[in-house]
Design a protein around this ligand. Structure first.
Ligand code: FAD
Length: 366
């Protein structure tokens, strides 16, 4: 009998397995996909590491977590500096002096601030009632119209006027010529892709792929003393309190044999409403690739229905309340540990999921 059955070979399950084995425990890890790594999985196409589930950029302020991931792979100096394409006009992101200069021709930070203030004032919005009003009250009309509106409406599948204002609490506006998207101290892409990190974590651990826990639930449960579950929490409890909603994404990947550089940047966001995808990823630029061909992926946001790949939880009041009820049930299961983005119904960045897994490990083996 194994000490742990781990459902899900994503980052949470893999960190837990690695740490458990280090402590002399035995683990069996299963995943319903045909590969390890969950959403951080990368796959080589034309010698380029393709991020199969969307662009994954590692960033953190936590030195311990940075050192931890660096013990599994060397990271490069990649800095995320996406570009927005609005009907053929290109703007730097996040909103910074380069963006303001291109938008209005302003040179100094005080001119840029004045421009934004004028637009905020002209809008007359004092008590924002929806996402549109919230965004305009934070950054003014030009940035909203060209860089936020279309993108957000595509992402959520609804007019910005019908979206709650809480979705945008803050909008980072920077009055320096700095295109680095993240403020974190550490940032990079693992040289050779994320899959090699997971492979290292799972070295010597029994992994079974293409196996859905729910198809042989009793059999699997009988194999181990404890279960670490990283799948959807509502499914674990047989949807007893209803279904938790997600937003989904579709990825359309194309190999361009005769192009070595398609867009000159890893990430280009399409911020108009008409272009059906929200962004195009050109994977080779994550690792400064010089291959002869290139691989690009268009990202299409979509409604989610049960059976689709769940990507982003919809943490509105209704879903949070449903999750709270499932969490109560989960807290009473003493032989099951729930972890990761699906079992806690939370959007987690990679550094956060590693932090959560290590905290779980500490609690389990204290
Ligand atoms: P997952 O990776 O989802 O792993 C869970 C695993 O469990 C999956 O492999 C699944 O197949 C398996 N599973 C589920 N149910 C069952 C079952 N019944 N039986 C067997 N197996 C099952 N983070 C960053 O830090 N930077 C980024 O730039 C970034 N970009 C992202 C872009 C996108 C589009 C998305 C969706 C996420 C992004 N993230 C990013 C977040 C990152 O993907 C997550 O933090 C991380 O993958 C979460 O790991 P996990 O183990 O919790 O979940």
């Amino acid at each position: 009998m194994y000490d742990y059955l781990i459902v899900g070979a994503g980052l949470f399950g893999s960190v837990f397995a690695y740490e458990a084995i280090k402590r002399g425990k035995t683990c069996l890890i299963i995943d319903k996909r045909n590969h390890i790594g969950g959403n951080v999985y990368t796959e080589k196409v034309k010698d380029i590491n393709v991020h199969k589930y969307g662009a994954h950029i590692f960033h953190t302020n936590n030195k311990m977590i940075w050192d931890y991931v660096n013990s599994f792979a060397e990271f490069n100096r990649y800095t995320n500096s996406p570009v927005a394409n609005y009907k053929g006009e290109l703007y730097n992101l996040p909103f910074n002096m380069n963006t303001f200069n291109k938008l209005w021709g302003v040179i100094s930070p005080s001119e840029a601030k004045q421009k934004i203030e004028e637009q905020k004032e002209a809008s007359g919005i004092t008590d924002p009632k929806n996402l549109e009003e919230q965004a305009i009250s934070l950054v003014g009309t030009d940035i909203y119209e060209k860089l936020i509106k279309g993108y957000t409406e595509k992402q959520w599948g609804r007019p910005a006027k019908e979206l709650p204002s809480f979705i945008i609490k803050r909008l980072p506006v920077r009055f320096t010529y700095d295109n680095n998207y993240f403020n974190d101290r550490y940032q990079g892409i693992p040289i050779g892709g994320y899959t090699s990190i997971i492979e290292k974590m799972l070295e010597g651990i029994e992994v079974r792929l293409n196996v859905d826990f729910f198809e042989q639930r009793e059999e699997f449960e009988s194999l181990a003393k404890k279960v670490v579950y990283t799948g959807m929490i509502d499914q674990y409890f047989d949807y007893k309190y209803g279904i938790l909603d997600y937003r989904s994404l579709q990825f359309e990947t194309k190999v361009l044999e005769d192009t070595d550089n398609f867009q000159g940047n890893a990430v280009v966001n399409y911020t108009d409403k008409e272009t059906p995808y929200t962004r195009i990823i050109e994977h080779k630029h994550f690792e400064f690739g010089t291959q002869e061909a290139t691989v690009i992926t268009e990202e299409y946001p979509g409604e989610w229905k049960p059976g689709d790949e769940p990507y982003y939880p919809v943490n509105d009041d209704k879903n949070n309340e449903t999750y709270r009820k499932y969490k109560e049930l989960a807290d009473n299961e003493d032989k099951v540990i729930f972890g990761g983005r699906l079992a806690t119904y939370k959007y987690y960045d990679m550094h956060q999921v590693i932090g959560a897994a290590l905290a779980t490990v500490n609690k389990e083996f204290e």
